[in-house]
Write a protein that binds this ligand. Sequence first.
Ligand code: SAH
Length: 228
Amino acid sequence: MIGIIGAMAVEVEGLKKEIQGLKITKISGMEFNEGTLNGVPVVVAVCGIGKVFAAVCAQTMILKFGVEKVINTGVAGTLVKELGVGDIAVATAVCQHDIDTSGLGDPVGMVSGLNQVYFKTDKALEELALEAVKDDDIKCMSGVIATGDQFMSNPVRKALIHETFEAIAVEMEGGAIGQVCTINNVPFLVIRVISDGADDNALMDYSVFVKQAAEESISVVKGILASL
Ligand code: SAH
């Protein structure tokens, strides 16, 4: 079974409505929508915004639904000029820009205990995602996606995250899902379509483009499922 997580309803609605043999289970206030998509067994959930909800959702999918892989789909702010609104970031790894014990000499972003900054995504899923982007007008880039419990709308902080982690996009859930999947040895992927520039105009761009970007990310996930 494949677990598919979106932070917001708009990020998974297009998948949920196509599930065959739908069975809904509510755990920790989250709805887990089980069934098949394109003949592939899936469980689809809206986790809510931020790292804690995302971690709870991923762990629940692993423990209660026995998912073999997890895909996080949704929207993000861009950190690079190569990616604009509507373009796609596929994570090669995720990190958490807001975990910081550097005052003790650790690297910024290091998760103590695991002692790593980056959590690598599944190469096979990444390749399927890249193949699933069929429109030549849409730019698609693989790279690090940085996660933190902040909506990024500050150009100075944006530049710092890009420089510190060589990250191409910023969002609020992927890093937590990556950490949970890693400690459980479950392969995962994060796909994000750019909704905003993570800068002074982020609020305006996000409001206008979130729906379109979320739906575009869903179409990449559908492409992956079709080739599984
Ligand atoms: N109160 C709002 C919060 C949305 S936060 C609500 O409930 O709808 C923005 C969401 O989009 C998060 O899930 C995050 O992963 C993603 N996102 C898009 N642009 C972002 C940016 N510039 N910085 C951080 N996250 C961003």
